[in-house]
Design a protein around this ligand. Structure first.
Ligand SMILES: [Zn+2]
Ligand SMILES: [Zn+2]
Length: 285
């Protein structure tokens, strides 16, 4: 690779975990979800063909674990065709530099995430004052400075296709992050939601630890545009997904997914939007 890559200077291991950490679930024959501490990564592709993609890159210092998960599923020295990022928050890019160095593969993300992935701009500061539990209060400890992937990161194709993920389309779902995307496959209704919505109350350490299933909006401490976040959930619900994997929490499918998403749309202001926090506009809420 031609250009040096760097994590932000506040990059560090975050000692948070859940009972799901280290566990993998095959959701569909070509969709495998694995939990790194408190965040999910996905391997999309059938082990029989050996062609696959990694979606998101886990927590800081998790690259060795990700490589061993990949090799266990796809064979020794296997490597994905690409890494697709739903967005650039620290818990979705934590192992990415070592992975790109090891595999020499391109990374794709939405155009609007580029400043946060090329060292140009930090995300807005997380909000420890937001309504929520310990994870929200811990959020100032999280790495927030942008990583710099240099010319190893490319923008997702404008036509909505996802490189090396035939059948999938990327859908712009901002709110949690400006260039947040979700990935959807029409044929079987498989949805990779990222953090557009999640299935665990990510602000609460206890709920994160137990992975108690509870439909939830995007993690609050890092969400800055709640109107956009709501529109994104409405957009995803309208796709009528049959199975959804989210950035945090357990996968959801079938009737439970349908009813949970409907509830989240109908009660978004109550379920998702915090009662207070610095990114809450008191005039509209
Ligand atoms: Zn996030
Ligand atoms: Zn996340």
């Amino acid at each position: 690779m031609d250009k040096q890559m760097n994590y932000g200077s506040d990059y560090k291991f975050i000692p948070a975990t859940s009972i799901g950490s280290g566990m993998g679930i095959q959701i569909l024959p070509d969709l495998f979800c694995y939990t790194i501490q408190i965040v999910n990564i996905l391997l999309v592709g059938n082990p029989e063909t050996g062609d696959f993609v990694l979606v998101d890159a886990g927590m800081p210092e998790s690259a060795a674990e990700i490589i061993s998960v990949v090799e266990e599923r796809f064979g020794r020295n296997s490597r994905p065709k690409a890494i697709i990022l739903t967005h650039g928050h620290f818990d979705h890019v934590g192992g990415i530099i070592e992975l790109v160095n090891q595999w020499d593969v391109p990374v794709y993300a939405h155009q609007l995430e580029m400043p946060f992935l090329t060292g140009q701009k930090s995300y807005p500061d997380p909000d420890p004052t937001v309504e929520g539990g310990m994870v929200a209060k811990m959020s100032p400890l999280f790495p927030n400075e942008p990583i710099d992937l240099g010319n190893n990161v490319e923008t997702l194709p404008a036509d909505g296709t996802v490189p090396h993920m035939p059948g999938f389309k990327w859908i712009h779902t901002p709110g949690h992050a400006p260039g947040h995307v979700s990935l959807f496959r029409e044929k079987d209704g498989a949805l990779i939601a990222g953090d557009a919505f999640v299935t665990v109350k990510q602000e609460y350490l206890y709920k994160v630890f137990t992975q108690e299933l509870e439909i939830s909006g995007p993690p609050r401490y890092l969400t800055t545009d709640w109107q956009a976040a709501k529109e994104s959930v409405i957009k995803l619900e309208a796709l009528r997904p049959s199975v959804a994997v989210t950035g945090h929490g357990l996968p959801l499918s079938g009737e439970l997914l349908t009813s949970s998403l409907k509830k989240l749309v109908n009660e978004f202001d109550q379920i998702a939007v915090p009662d207070y926090g610095k990114y809450i506009d008191k005039n509209t809420h």
